[in-house]
Structure formats: C-alpha cells, structure tokens
Design a protein around this ligand. Structure first.
Ligand code: DX5
Ligand code: ZN
Length: 219
C-alpha cells in the first residue's frame, strides 16, 4: 500500500461553523473525512448522529470514513450506507459475530473496518484479516478527542502489519487518537497507512497548513 492518507476528525471541528470546516477539509490536502459516532454506552460520551452526518455528506467532497463507537452496530449498517458512508468501522469489542457484521457492511456497498481498543491484541484479527478493508488501531481510549497518544501503539502496528503481510491481505492500517507531527512519521514507518488527526488539526492556527505539513511529513 503506497499512498499514505490523512483523515481529519470532524469531532474537533467547530459545530457552529460546520460547513466552513467541511469546506476547509475539501480545499485541503486531506484525503478522508473521519466521522466519530458515539452512543454514550460503548463509550462515555455522545458525539453527534445521523442528521449531522447527513449535512456533512451534503458538502463533503472526499471519502466518508465513519467510526462507530456504539453497541450493536449491526442495527445501523443500512442507515449509515444510506447516509453516504464509504467506509464503516465497527469496534471489535462491540461485535459478537464480527465476520457476519463485516459481510453485512460489504453487502451494503461499503468498505468494512474494525477498530480495536488499546487493550485488544491485534492477533484477535488474524482469522478475519482478509475480510477487513481497514483496521483502526485506537491510540487512545475511544470517547474523546485531545487525549495523549499511547506509545504501545507502535508495537501493535508492527505486529498487525506482519499479520497482514503473512496473510497476503490488502487491509489498510489507520491510527486514531493523539496523532501529531511528533508521531506521524514514526507511525507510517511502523506500517500505518492512514492517520486520523482531530485536535492537532483543528486547534492549530492554520488547519489547512497543518494538514499540508502532516501530509508532507509522511510522503
Ligand atoms: C476518539 C475518536 C478520535 C478523535 C481523535 O474516540 O475516535 O477520532 O476524534 O481526536 P484527537 O486527534 O484529538 O486525538
Ligand atoms: Zn475516530
């Protein structure tokens, strides 16, 4: 997998100026929109839901990467497909029948992603790796933006990359949480393909320039 991607997390946008921030991402060198959906049950926070995603999709001109931090994600697969999600990521820890969930996501025409919490060992994905388009390695505990990066992530990325290579799979590795210019290159060198960045982009003085710098740093 050669092209390395940046996915700004809309969770860190200014929701009172959401269209402005969506247009900023459109005009930037970002590759995907990362959309965090939280239910207040799987994670101790509630972000936003379908009506907000619908309006984001209306203006967004890039791939819509939806990260579901919810219990029973199967109930909403069709809804998120209809809303225009290109990639739908569910949590390993929220799925009793992960293989079935992955097939259901693909049957709706989306790419299937699996997110793993910091405590979840990557080896648990070995038996489904060929069915997974994207593994989202959580580098913070999910639920909030602006947390510090967990250093153990590098080791997980390397182990996951080995599993992908060994199985001749085309799975991409995404890193989510605490990504900055301090760890971006090191994550790519460890085997990551997609970097999600929320606070680092949106809390900077010039988000578009920050995206450009991040992108250049991982080329
Ligand atoms: C955390 C979310 C992340 C979050 C990242 O639960 O899944 O996508 O928005 O935010 P930063 O980059 O601020 O850690
Ligand atoms: Zn996320």
């Amino acid at each position: 997998m050669d092209s390395k991607l940046i996915a700004p997390s809309v969770l860190a946008a200014d929701f009172a100026n959401l269209q402005r921030d969506v247009e900023m991402i459109n005009e930037s060198e970002a590759d995907w929109f990362h959309i965090d959906i939280m239910d207040g049950v799987f994670v101790p926070n509630i972000s936003f839901g379908m009506p907000v995603l619908r309006d984001i999709v209306k203006h967004a001109k890039k791939t819509i990467d939806v990260h579901l931090m919810i219990v029973e994600p199967d109930r909403y697969i069709k809804t998120f497909a209809d809303l225009g999600s290109d990639i739908l990521t569910v949590h390993y820890e929220a799925c009793t029948h992960l293989h079935r969930t992955l097939q259901a996501i693909k049957a709706e025409g989306m790419k299937a992603g699996v997110a793993i919490n910091p405590h979840t060992n990557v080896s648990l994905l070995e038996d489904t790796i060929k069915d997974i388009d994207l593994v989202c390695v959580m580098s913070v505990n999910p639920g909030f933006g602006g947390q510090s990066f967990i250093e153990n992530t590098y080791k997980k990325v390397k182990q996951l990359k080995e599993i992908i290579t060994k199985n001749n799979a085309s799975t991409r590795i995404e890193i989510d949480g605490g990504v900055t210019d301090k760890n971006a290159k090191k994550l790519i060198d460890a085997g990551a393909d997609v970097l999600v960045a929320g606070s680092f982009v949106f809390k900077s003085d010039d988000p578009k320039q920050t995206i450009r710098n991040l992108k250049n740093s991982i080329l």
